[in-house]
Write a protein that binds this ligand. Structure first.
Ligand code: GLN
Length: 570
């Protein structure tokens, strides 16, 4: 980014700070802003992505962006225990798990421009200050920090040529951290003019069990808070356990100047995939189209087609003919959000196989060779997911050995790939000292290691290999069959360690097949055991869960569920 861009707007001549990217046309892109009130955890991301999907279905181009209040530059260093999984975009950006919700719902790859943190905003402002970008001015929250927010939103609009940018503000209105975002959005709406921005306030209707009825006061106060900072919501979406009473909606309407037809009940559903349909039926999408004067850009034919496809998909959820239990082993099993994408990928694979997939969480810190059979006894297949560090790795290796020897379907992901190599090296190749140097830096046979020379090939230094990479698939392998004969696929990586090429020959001679590789270098990306030896034993150095989409389930998950079902153990 050009640090000195729009310098002329920032002198002391004017109090306005409205940097517009070159060539920006007001009114070309509309903005839908989604904020939360009353409580966090209302599902703003699910709401916003479902609404964006409905507009996309109508043939409109949409671009979502999440505005995070925290000061971290990205989510790379956040502990999944505290914050849920780290979702990696194709361009390598490490983001909040909400970006996964957007990619899945929209079936659209996003870039770093869709993920903004307060840390990124302040960093840009401070760098520009050092570069003399605000000559003569004291640099202030308003207009400079808010100006940076507006600039980024408009840049996203320009880059994506979107008809509608969907802005989700993290946290709730009134939080200290997101105040400058809310102010920036107020300014944006003012500058862009009428018909350009819609504010959607998500709120929560409480239902105190002792009263047995829905109460609207908390919602009213939450929305008043938004109005207090100068934003009149256009649409109110009421989250609640049960459908929201007409009387409650009326109260909210009268207290907030929002007409009844724009106060919606967005109560809990059995599946998030039913939300787009619920919104469509309630007329939420048509209200947005009307407010933003987008009617003439709508393609009704595409809308009808997409709606049908989606209905067909969502009707299959919960109407399965079979059932399987997949064990997921990992140390973050107490926080389901740490495995959000795996849960989703299994759900997609379940629908594709007409099966209900139950997940059994297995904490590997307590698994040993002696109790592994007991730990896995109710599962029809297992996944060893990604992870970092020593804890629980012995248990993971025990699980992998059990799966390999007992022909239990196995899918290994990232660390689950690396541990499969270690297990095979130890127990099949007889390399007693085999390990990953991440876990045992002094092991005798470092089959998994950091290989700076490999990293240099890709210009990534000693750092994590991040983001989308091509994977070449070897012909006549399980992988080739899963990916429908594709010679190349693109998947998302997030790892530091990898198979040391000097062990490849030995491992392959003993029967392990590396069926996915870097197109040019000896970097191993998929491993498998041949079909004659094991019904399903496959693992990926990448994270296949990150690319699974409802209507395009990831083949390695589909394969796992399929074989687990076919086993028909119970
Ligand atoms: N810790 C391993 C590595 O850095 C695996 C990473 C992961 O599972 N995402 O290579």
């Amino acid at each position: 980014m050009d640090l000195l861009r729009s310098v002329k707007d920032q002198t002391d001549e004017t109090e306005f700070h409205t940097p517009l990217p070159e060539g920006y046309r007001k009114g070309r892109t509309k903005y839908v802003v989604v904020v939360g009130t009353v409580i966090s955890g209302l599902g703003k991301g699910i709401f916003s992505s479902s609404l964006a999907k409905l507009l996309k279905d109508k043939g409109l181009k949409v671009a979502p962006v999440k505005l995070e209040g925290y000061l971290n530059i990205d989510s790379g260093t956040l502990n999944p225990f505290r914050h849920g999984e780290v979702f990696v975009l194709d361009d390598g950006m490490e983001t909040d798990m909400d970006l996964g919700t957007y990619e899945r719902m929209l079936d659209q790859d996003l870039t770093a421009a869709s993920f903004t943190t307060a840390g990124q905003i302040y960093t840009s402002v401070l760098k520009r200050e050092r570069a003399g970008g605000y000559l003569g001015r004291d640099v202030q929250m308003i207009p400079h920090v808010t100006g940076e927010v507006k600039l980024r939103l408009r840049e996203l609009a320009m880059e994506t040529e979107a008809d509608a940018v969907f802005v989700e503000v993290g946290g709730t209105v009134g939080d200290f951290e997101n105040g400058f975002y809310i102010e920036a959005l107020r300014e944006l709406a003012y500058e862009e003019g009428p018909g350009s921005t819609s504010f959607v306030a998500l709120t929560y209707i409480i239902w105190p069990p002792s009263l047995g009825e829905q109460k609207s006061k908390a919602a009213q106060l939450g929305i008043k808070r938004l109005m207090g900072v100068g934003i009149q919501p256009d649409i109110i979406a009421c989250r609640a356990g049960k459908p929201v009473d007409e009387k409650v909606r009326q109260k909210i309407s009268i207290y907030t100047n929002v007409p009844m037809e724009r106060v919606f009940s967005m109560h809990d559903l059995s599946s998030i995939y039913l939300l787009p349909e619920m919104m469509r039926e309630a007329g939420l999408d048509s209200q947005v189209i009307q407010l933003l004067e987008l009617g003439n850009r709508v393609n009704s034919l595409s809308d009808a087609r997409a709606a049908m496809q989606w209905r067909e998909f969502s009707a299959r959820i919960g109407h399965s003919s079979g059932e399987v239990t997949i064990g997921v082993t990992g140390k973050y099993t107490t926080v389901r959000d740490s495995y959000a994408s795996i849960i989703k990928a299994l759900e997609h694979a379940g629908v594709a196989n007409n099966a209900k997939v139950n997940i059994k969480w297995i904490d590997t810190t307590s698994v040993t060779g002696d109790n592994v059979a007991q730990s896995l006894k109710d599962t029809d297949g297992i996944i060893v997911p990604g992870g970092f560090g020593v804890r629980g790795t012995d248990g993971k290796i025990a699980c992998i050995r059990y799966a390999r020897e007992n022909k239990l379907p196995y899918l290994g992901i990232c660390l689950g790939f690396q541990m499969a190599v270690v297990e095979f090296a130890r127990n099949v190749c007889g390399l007693g000292g085999a390990h990953s140097t991440e876990i045992d830096p002094d092991c005798k046979a470092p089959v998994i290691d950091i290989l700076p020379e490999q990293k240099q090939i890709e210009g990534l230094g000693g750092n994590m290999r991040l983001g989308g990479q091509d994977v070449e698939i070897m012909a006549d392998t399980v992988a080739a069959e899963l990916f429908g004969g594709a010679e190349h696929i693109r998947e998302r990586f997030r790892h530091r360690y990898e198979v040391d090429p000097k062990y490849i020959e030995q491992l392959e001679a003993a029967g392990l097949k590396f069926s996915g590789r870097h197109p040019r270098h000896p970097i191993m990306q998929i491993l498998e055991l041949p079909g004659e030896v094991h019904p399903y034993f496959i693992a990926a150095q990448f994270h296949p869960e990150l690319t699974s989409r409802p209507l395009r389930p990831q083949p390695m998950f589909v394969g796992l569920v399929k074989v687990a079902l076919a086993r028909g153990v119970r």
